[in-house]
Structures are given as structure tokens and as C-alpha cells.
Design a protein around this ligand. Structure first.
Ligand SMILES: [Cu+2]
Length: 227
């Protein structure tokens, strides 16, 4: 498998974060440091390859790593992204035993307008669950700070950590569903400025479709991360 620059960058980020307790334990009590052996069985790594949608040429990947300290390290690396902020979230089905969300194929374009809009993804990918922002566990979607931002060269590097227990509790309260990352997908949203979006493209209430149209999707799978 040939790794893109973004893939390499994200793997390096993940490895660095896992080895940097100061970063990984941000906002957490210092006293919770414990031996590497403890909790080893509960650790999982998750990876997903971003597939471009809706005319984007984006490439990249997402990764989630759980740490012995009960933190989730979320990271996203991508290239060929239009400069500026892009909403990005974990999407999936709700309920105690959620079904497996998948990335939409061309068949998802129900109204045949050539775009797969946010609403058209729901049949196969469920709803918006966890924002990739500065505070994922808040589950704040609209107006949240810290969404991934592409630089002038179109590169995105996002890295954030969250307390897994806080996140699980928030998801139970809001959606009655566990985190269950291997049943989820990640979407990156937001077409470039100036792109003509047909009125047929549906969106969230009061949010222009240009901002919510997906530009990439990744199915999350349990995978060992090479370090
Ligand atoms: Cu989303």
C-alpha cells in the first residue's frame, strides 16, 4: 500500500500524541498516570481512508487511538482541500446496538441532481454524532470552534483528544448510543467558495448547503497503527 503524504503525517501525529502524556492528558488529572500494561486489552486503534465525494479531489485519512488513560486521540490528515474551515464529524446510526454506517455511493443521490447532500447520506450513514472540533465531547455541531482548517496549500492536519467516558456519556444522553467507532463513518463537509450549489441540495435548517455538502467520507475500521 502506498501511503500519501497526508497519511504519513497523520500517523506521525498519532504516534507523537500517544507518546506525549502532556498532550494526551490535556485537561485530565495528573494522578491518573498508570502503568503501560494496565488496560492494554481495552486499547484499540481505528483507521479510515477518506474517499472524495461531490467533485472534490481530497485524499487523506482519519485515525482514532485510545490510550491507557482513557483518552481518545482523534486525528485527520488530508490534502487537496479548499482553504479554510471545514465541518467534520463522526456520523452513524443511533440506538444501543447501532447498525453499520457506510459511505454513500452514487445511488445515494436520490433526487438525481449530481450531488450527494447531507440529507441524502442519512439512509446509509445515519446522523451527525460527534464533531471533530476543539471539544468533541460537547457534541456541539453548529458554531463550534476548532473544526479542521485547510491551509493555503490545501493541507489539513487536525489533532484533538477527548475523555472517552465523557464522550460515551454524552452520546448516551443525546442519542442513546455508544461510541462504537467501528460502526461509524467520518464526513468532511464544505464545497469551496463560489461553487454553484443547486437549490435541490438539502441541508440543515439555516445552514447553507455549500457548507454541509460532504467532500469526503471514511469508513472507520479497527486496525493496528504502525508505530
Ligand atoms: Cu458531518
Amino acid at each position: 500500500m502506498i501511503k500519501s503524504a497526508a497519511t504519513g503525517a497523520v500517523l506521525a501525529l498519532i504516534a507523537a500524541a500517544a507518546q506525549a502524556p502532556a498532550l494526551a492528558q490535556d485537561n485530565q488529572q495528573q494522578g491518573q498516570q498508570q502503568g503501560q500494561q494496565q488496560g492494554q486489552q481495552q486499547r484499540h486503534d481505528y483507521l479510515g481512508t477518506l474517499q472524495a465525494m461531490n467533485g472534490s479531489s481530497l485524499s487523506g485519512m482519519v485515525a482514532f487511538k485510545t490510550t491507557d488513560e482513557g483518552r481518545l486521540i482523534a486525528s485527520l490528515g488530508a490534502s487537496d482541500v479548499s482553504p479554510g474551515m471545514h465541518m467534520a464529524h463522526i456520523h452513524g446510526f443511533t440506538g444501543e446496538n447501532p447498525g453499520d454506517a457506510t459511505c454513500p455511493t452514487d445511488d445515494a443521490d436520490a433526487n438525481d441532481d449530481g450531488l450527494i447532500d447531507l440529507i441524502e447520506t442519512e439512509a446509509v450513514a445515519g446522523k451527525t454524532l460527534v464533531p471533530l472540533t476543539g471539544d468533541p465531547a460537547s457534541l456541539t455541531i453548529k458554531g463550534a470552534k476548532g473544526y479542521p482548517r485547510a491551509d493555503e496549500d490545501g493541507s489539513v492536519l487536525y489533532l484533538e483528544t477527548a475523555d472517552i467516558q465523557t464522550l460515551e456519556q454524552a452520546l448516551q444522553k443525546a442519542h442513546g448510543t455508544p461510541l462504537a467507532l467501528d460502526k461509524r463513518v467520518v464526513f468532511i463537509h464544505g464545497l469551496p467558495d463560489g461553487v454553484d450549489v443547486p437549490d435541490s441540495a438539502q441541508s440543515l435548517p439555516d445552514v447553507p448547503a455549500r457548507l454541509t455538502l460532504p467532500i469526503a467520507c471514511a469508513e472507520i475500521e479497527v486496525k493496528p497503527i504502525e508505530e
